[in-house]
Design a protein around this ligand. Sequence first.
Ligand SMILES: [Fe+2]
Ligand SMILES: [Fe+2]
Length: 337
Amino acid sequence: MENKKSGAIDLNVTDFMPITRQEILAVNSLPVDIFLKISDTKIVLIGRKGSRSLDDLHVLDNEVVSEFYVRKNEYRDCVGQNLTIAGIIISKSDISDPTKTEFLTRTAFSVFNEIESVGFNHESLEHAKLVSKSIQNLISSKPDLLSVLNMLGTVSDDLLRHSMAASAVSVMIAKAMGWTVQATLEKVALGGLLHDIGMKELPSDILTKPRYEMTPEERLYYETHVTRGVEILSTMPSVADDIIAMTMEHHENALGQGYPRRIRDFKMNPLAKIIALSDCFCELTLKNINYPMPRSSEDAINYIENTMGQPFSKPALFALRKALTKSSNIGVVKIAS
Ligand SMILES: [Fe+2]
Ligand SMILES: [Fe+2]
């Protein structure tokens, strides 16, 4: 509700999402309206969509101010623009690796906020963030992993966002299944990040075409991203066999109707069962070329169970539901003091 006299709006955490200073400074013009928190319950509009962020928003020069918000339903537009920048930054050869890693960390922050809006509970998200941080450290220390991640950023914004989201959601599913070994969770996270790396070999006319518009031949060609990804990762010393299996089997399903080998659930690598579900769930719930109107988490699970006939591992789906169950902490916006 707007207060006419002060221009302040009631801060309702269900309508607004926090955004970092870095995310705003990274853009040339604001992709959405930006708000500043002025009290525990009030925010004011400080930058209109389309304005030039650096010139118009002097308030951003104030290092003390860090509590910015955007409307939740506009957050995806913000993330999209940021990922464009992330792709440019990580693909540039004259930018140092630490700078690239730092930008990836910020990008991961954006993706986590977007995933949070899908409805994952606080505990699951916090755990996935920790694992994400540790694999970002791992990636920054392994030149082969950093170079393969650079490849992802050069393909498309959607792919970078999808890969980061699939990574985080896979970790949340694994954790909710009771998996606790850090090394395994890191493998799950890395597998989620790299599972679609084979897309980099596909031409842009295939990558920019929704699957429902592809001819059968184009569809078969598109499906080669799986084996192309395996070929790329097999040459890399830092990539474990489980990660290669996750890549190879991320489009297989429990009904034996997937590709490329049409293997059933019991023959699949346990980590691959998780990425297969996570991959599908992320595609249904995060805006992308195949689903321009993303579904809510509830709709997505209904779609998986009823329309698709539940083609994924039952324990993994059960765990996904568990990670989506609201906890007492959900909805609390954490503000640095
Ligand atoms: Fe894929
Ligand atoms: Fe995928």
